[in-house]
Ligand binder design. Structure first.
Ligand code: DAH
Length: 336
């Protein structure tokens, strides 16, 4: 019997242990066959014979049980070792995060103007009529209010339709000179391939003592900025109208999609509606009425405003603005 117990103690796997159990205690196992011999044993010896067999059976069962515990512990150890994960290990193939193209463009523009010593100002997303319209020379019933499809709240407040109200807030809180930008979220009732009800703008404002800044300064700053963003492009100022600036201009760059490599001229394509020009921002000399609304006197200044999504779409050649806000990481992953 000791021979079998040794075999059990030396078993190296649960499988081998199970084979041994069957060989000893199974239907045709050696111990089972021994028990079968009982019927041929003379009555006087039966008791001793049975006692002996039962002792052997207990010894075998004990050996099997303790070896099973050892082998199971070993197997668990092996499994844990095989499944071990080193969480400190660097895996370059892993999908790591990146800036959303809108945030990236916003950061790039913000940094550009910060480097020119512009401060970065903020204002609330829910605005009152005074800051969003009135103080920007847009009195009630002014037809130019129709330019902006406004979301109204029940109490007459609005979701700001542009970042221009931050001009007003900053001028009322600070004294000139002012040199600021206001990046942020704005809202309008609009939805098609180039408009979403929520989008982002950057407003710029410079205020100095009367006569210090002129349209020429504005023109130079805008041209430098657009060359920084789009490289070698032509910049064109078109007379336009905004209630808060006079004179006002809309600024175009030569189309970057249909620029001829040899001549440098843009020949017209679908993106620029075959004009060769892309409109990128609005700007102008701050209207006297705006300064009046905030109580400023003897100052002059210029302002500009632009849509971040428009810039992001041009930089990354994105066709449908709505795709930027669908949170599809397969699409966003392309802009890393
Ligand atoms: N607020 C204008 C808009 O939302 C953008 C703008 C145009 C801002 C001209 C300005 C400006 O400061 O001078 O369309």
């Amino acid at each position: 019997m000791q021979e079998w117990i040794d075999k059990i103690n030396n078993a190296v796997s649960l499988e081998e242990l199970e084979h041994l159990r069957i060989d000893i205690l199974g239907k045709k196992g050696i111990l089972t066959l021994e028990f079968a011999k009982m019927k041929d044993i003379p009555n006087t010896e039966k008791k001793l014979f049975a006692q002996n067999l039962n002792n052997n059976k207990t010894a075998i069962n004990n050996a099997l049980e303790s070896q099973k515990t050892i082998l199971m512990a070993q197997e668990l150890e092996k499994q844990l070792e095989a499944e071990k994960i080193d969480v400190t290990k660097f895996t370059p193939s892993l999908n790591n995060g990146a800036y959303h193209p809108v945030s990236e463009t916003l950061n790039q523009i913000t940094t550009y103007f910060q480097n020119l010593n512009f401060s970065v100002e903020e204002g609330p997303l829910v605005e009152d009529d005074f800051h969003n319209f009135e103080a920007l020379n847009l009195p009630a019933f002014h037809p130019a209010r129709d330019m902006q499809d406004t979301f109204y709240c029940n109490d007459g407040a609005v979701l700001r339709t542009h970042t221009s109200p931050v001009q007003i807030r900053t001028m009322m809180e600070q004294k000139p000179p002012i040199r600021m930008i206001a990046p942020g979220t704005v809202f309008r009732k609009d939805f098609d391939i180039t408009h979403t009800p929520m989008f982002h703008q950057i407003e710029g404002l410079v205020v100095e003592k009367e006569g210090v800044v002129s349209f020429a300064n504005l023109k130079f700053v805008m041209e430098e900025f657009l060359h920084h963003m789009f490289g070698e492009v032509e910049v064109r100022f078109r007379p336009s109208f905004f209630p808060f600036t006079e004179p006002s201009a809309e600024v175009d760059i030569s189309c970057i999609f249909c620029k001829d490599k040899n001549t440098g001229k843009s020949c017209g394509c679908r993106v620029c509606s075959h004009t060769g020009w892309l409109e990128v921002l609005g700007c102008g000399i701050v209207d006297e009425n705006v300064f009046k609304a905030v109580g400023y006197e003897n100052v002059s200044g210029y302002a500009f405003g632009l849509g971040i999504e428009r810039f992001a779409m041009l930089i990354h050649k994105i066709g449908d603005l709505r795709s930027l806000f669908e949170s599809d990481i397969r699409l966003l992953g392309q802009f890393k």
